[in-house]
Every structure is written in structure tokens, then in C-alpha cells.
Design a protein around this ligand. Structure first.
Ligand SMILES: [Zn+2]
Length: 512
């Protein structure tokens, strides 16, 4: 433990434990003391929610999650219901009216579904929550639930799918409600909760659910409760998310695998074609080389650039933590790099490697790619530009698996299969609501929050603004090293404690 702390200190990462705050705060004190006397109950309700498998396509279990959350609201006498759409996981909606003096309505958004899992990569099982006394990568050991005693060490972590993304937000919000109710503190705004059940599946039905329930969801602001805090450990408010769209490209060689000695240099190699195509679209510094791809990019405002410059510079410690000897686009910092669109190769498949490698020419090769988009790019325009680029490389594009006649007819043939996607979202940092959220959270955590124009990741935030005409501001509570979307996802317990105080402050103090 000591060595691990030493390392953490060396790379200048403040452990995201409870923020040191001025004593005697009228709101923070009762919220903190409520949490301190209910730590095990809060962790137990987190653990129960985490134990329900939550991949959006697992319709039976995803509904159990939604039902469990509705029951949590019911226990608190907060009216809640499911918002249904055909063939979609329901969204959970709940409403807590503020006093007559409340002028604004704020929706707290979170999602209860999680990314699919590959159980073979997990230490333990994805839906059997485990507490550990440190990060697995740094030798963290299991702590039995029965052995947990308050005060629970805030450096302990809960491991499970969606521990941080995004059930921490749901449990944090419910606990904040409990703490405020216990303290007799009314909300300063009318509070609505909207918990989505298929965010990690690309939110295919969200637009419809929002349109069908527009009156119910009317509000002045959406708070997007998801995402990790800044890598410095400081709390993060983000004013946008990047858009996203993905594509799978498949190139074709001969109909059957051919001996590379007898046929190499004669039968085209689809792996080489895919490699060349990727290199034609993206350079070694991460810049996209597709003509017209960035035509719609709106440059960041001066205020946005200033906010990025003011964020703590974490490039160096982050580079060391991740074992990277260089970063793309250096010396430009990560906060600035994510203001630009990105092309990421998610995976490649062609032939075999290692002991399974054979001296043969693969019959096909695929690349799976995701594009991260920034204002004002749209998935539709990006798809057009990418396809134009691929055609300019001499390829005939098809959408489905080509038959033999098609393969014979086109010397360069590429299957292009697009996934879903949505545009980016960006709220002005200078709105009264934006300033209010930053001030409340800086006060609540006792140190200035990091403000960033965008999260690197994506969210369906643009839909709230487009359909419901409400601005969206992101509030992050999870630790940055939470293995989000990967195996061994985790949540540092101190981050949950901080989150409860942040959400309580927003519910009780927000006004704009
Ligand atoms: Zn998420």
C-alpha cells in the first residue's frame, strides 16, 4: 500500500479522496454526516444494483435494472415510472417537485445499462461486485463485504461492470436525495431524473422517447451525470461531448486462402489493402487526412481555449502512468487534442498471428473504426466524406457481403458497414446556468473544478438540446483510472462520497 501511494505521489496525482473543505458548511456538513453514518447501506445498495446484468440487448435483465431503480424511488416516496418505446429498454423517469419558490427545472441524466463484457478478461465476475483495497494493476487485494466497517477507506474500490459508468451516478443521486431529506433541506429547483437503458448501445431509441415525452421532460437544464473526473483528480464540469460514428471496412482477396509462395505477389493481399487505406485516412500524429473531413469543424471560442489552458497539465504524469514514450500531436495537450475530431482503429482482423500464423494470403481483411466528431460535424456528412475518400482510392463500395459476381467485376472492392451515430454537443460556458453549476461545485468540493469545453467521450447530449431545447452540462464523479468500457471496471469509493456531496449541492443550491 505504501509503495503504491508513493508511486501515486511521484506522478503527482492527487488521490480523489474527499475534498478538503472549509469547516462549518451549512449544507456539506449534514450531507457528509448522513453519508458517514450510512456508508455500508449506500455501498450495499450500489452492490445490489451492480449485481443485475445490464447489457442493453439482454432484455430480461435490463428490465430488472429499471424495475429496481423504480423501487428505489418508491422507497423514497418519489413518484417514478418507466418510459417505454417498442423494442427498447425503458427509461426510468422520476420527479421531485421543489418548493413554490423554485423557478427552474433541472433533469439529472444517467444511464443504467453498461458495455458488453468478456468475462474471461475479468478478475472475478463482471456482475459480482468485489471491493479491493487498491487498483488491481497495482496489486490491490480483495476485501470481503462482511469485513467492511465504517469509516470505509475512501481509497478502496468497488469492481463491477458499470460501477463507475454509470450506476455510481444513480446511487450517488439517490443518496444525495436521502441526505437532503434527512437534513430537511428542500431542493432549490424542480428536480427530474431520467435514467436511460441503452446509452452504451448508441441510444437508438432515445430520440423517440424524448419526443414522445417532451412535455414530461420539459426543463431549463439537463445535467449529464456520467464520465470520469479530470486526470489530475480534480472534479470536472464539461460543456459538451464529442459525437461519434463507426464503420467497418472489409477488403477481399481470393475466394480461398492461397499459398503465399505459389501465389504471393500475384493474388492481391486484402490485409495490405486495409493497412494502406488506414494510412491514407490518418497520419502518425492522429491528424485525419480525408479531404473535406474537417470542413464543418467550428473552431473553439476564446473562452473555451482559455478554459483548456487553465486546466492542470497532466500530460507528463499521464504519459508515465500509461507507459507511453510519446503522444500524438505533442506538445499539444490532451485537453486540446480532444477538441479535434479523431479516427480510432478499434480493431483489425486478417489471417492469423503467433503460433496460428500460416504462410498464406488471407481471403479478407477488416478494420473496425470509430470517428469522434466535434461541432458542427454530423455523422451523415462525415460518412459522405469518408466514402468519397475511399472511392478516390479506387474502391467500389458495397454495403453487404459481396457475391462472387461482384468480386469478379471490381478490381478494388470494399464493404463499408456504418453503425449508428450522433453529432457532438456543446453548451456555452458563459450561460448563467453554466456559471452557476461551476460555482456550486467549486464551493461544494472546496477547490475550483476543472472546466472543459468537451469530454473526449461521446454522449447523446445533442438530442436533449435538439429535441427538448435545453442546454446540457456534464458533471463527472468517477475516477479517471476506472477501466471504463473494459474489463475490471471500478469505482473509487471516495469518488462516490464526493459525488453525493456534489449532487446534493446541485439539488439544493442550483438557481440561475
Ligand atoms: Zn456512460
Amino acid at each position: 500500500m505504501k509503495a503504491r501511494l508513493g508511486l501515486a505521489a511521484m506522478i503527482a496525482f492527487a488521490p480523489p479522496v474527499l475534498a478538503g473543505a472549509a469547516p462549518g458548511d451549512a449544507l456539506r456538513d449534514p450531507v457528509r454526516s448522513y453519508r458517514a453514518s450510512h456508508e455500508l447501506a449506500i455501498l450495499s445498495s450500489l452492490s445490489q444494483l451492480l449485481a443485475i446484468p445490464n447489457v442493453a440487448s439482454d432484455r430480461e435483465n435490463i428490465r430488472l435494472n429499471a424495475d429496481a431503480i423504480v423501487a428505489e424511488f418508491a422507497r423514497r416516496r418519489i413518484p417514478a415510472k418507466l418510459l417505454e418505446s417498442p423494442d427498447a429498454p425503458p427509461a426510468v423517469f422520476a420527479e421531485m417537485r421543489g418548493p413554490a419558490t423554485a423557478r427552474r427545472t433541472v433533469v439529472f441524466y444517467a444511464h443504467y445499462d453498461g458495455q458488453p463484457v468478456d468475462p474471461s478478461r475479468w478478475t472475478g465476475k463482471p456482475w459480482e461486485p468485489v471491493v479491493r483495497d487498491g487498483l488491481l494493476e497495482r496489486g490491490g487485494k480483495d476485501v470481503s463485504w462482511a469485513a467492511l466497517k465504517p469509516p470505509v477507506d475512501p481509497r478502496f474500490l468497488v469492481y463491477a461492470r458499470s460501477a463507475s459508468d454509470d450506476k455510481a451516478a444513480i446511487v450517488g443521486l439517490l443518496s444525495a436525495v436521502d441526505a437532503l431529506q434527512a437534513a430537511g433541506v428542500p431542493p432549490s429547483v424542480h428536480v427530474k431524473f431520467f435514467f436511460e437503458g441503452e446509452e452504451e448501445a448508441g441510444s437508438p431509441h432515445l430520440a423517440r422517447i424524448l419526443r414522445d415525452n417532451a412535455a414530461l421532460l420539459a426543463s431549463d437544464l439537463w445535467l449529464f451525470c456520467d464520465g470520469p473526473v479530470h486526470q489530475s483528480g480534480r472534479k470536472l464540469v464539461f460543456f459538451g461531448t464529442r459525437g461519434v460514428t463507426d464503420v467497418e471496412l472489409t477488403a477481399y482477396g481470393a475466394l480461398r486462402r492461397l499459398h503465399s509462395g505459389h501465389y504471393g505477389n500475384w493474388s492481391p493481399n486484402p490485409a495490405v489493402e486495409i493497412a494502406r487505406l488506414i494510412a491514407s485516412m490518418r497520419d502518425d500524429e492522429g491528424n485525419i487526412r480525408i479531404a473535406g473531413f474537417s470542413d464543418d469543424v467550428r473552431p473553439p471560442t476564446d473562452a473555451e481555449r482559455r478554459a483548456v489552458a487553465a486546466a492542470p497539465d497532466v500530460d507528463e504524469p499521464l504519459r508515465r502512468e500509461l507507459g507511453l514514450s510519446r503522444t500524438e500531436g505533442a506538445p499539444e495537450r490532451i485537453e486540446s487534442r480532444i477538441l479535434q475530431p479523431a479516427l480510432n482503429v478499434r480493431g483489425l482482423a486478417a489471417g492469423d498471428v503467433g503460433t496460428r500464423a500460416t504462410n498464406s494470403i488471407p481471403t479478407e481483411a477488416s478494420a473496425s473504426i470509430d470517428f469522434r466528431l466535434v461541432p458542427d460535424q454530423t455523422p451523415e456528412r462525415v460518412r459522405e466524406k469518408v466514402e468519397e475518400h475511399l472511392r478516390r482510392q479506387g474502391y467500389f463500395l458495397v454495403q453487404s457481403v459481396p457475391d462472387e459476381a461482384t468480386r469478379l467485376a471490381h478490381p478494388r472492392l470494399l464493404r463499408v458497414a456504418w453503425g449508428a451515430g450522433y453529432p457532438s454537443s456543446r453548451t456555452s460556458m458563459e450561460l448563467p446556468a453554466s456559471r452557476a453549476v461551476v460555482k456550486i461545485l467549486s464551493d461544494a468540493t472546496g477547490s475550483p473544478v476543472v472546466r472543459l469545453p468537451t469530454l473526449g467521450g461521446s454522449g447523446p447530449n445533442s438530442l436533449f438540446t435538439e429535441i427538448l431545447k435545453a442546454p446540457v452540462i456534464g458533471v463527472a464523479i468517477a475516477n479517471h483510472d476506472n477501466n471504463q468500457h473494459a474489463a475490471n471496471e471500478n469505482l473509487r469509493i471516495g469518488n462516490l462520497w464526493d459525488g453525493i456531496e456534489m449532487y446534493a449541492a446541485l439539488m439544493a443550491r442550483l438557481d440561475f
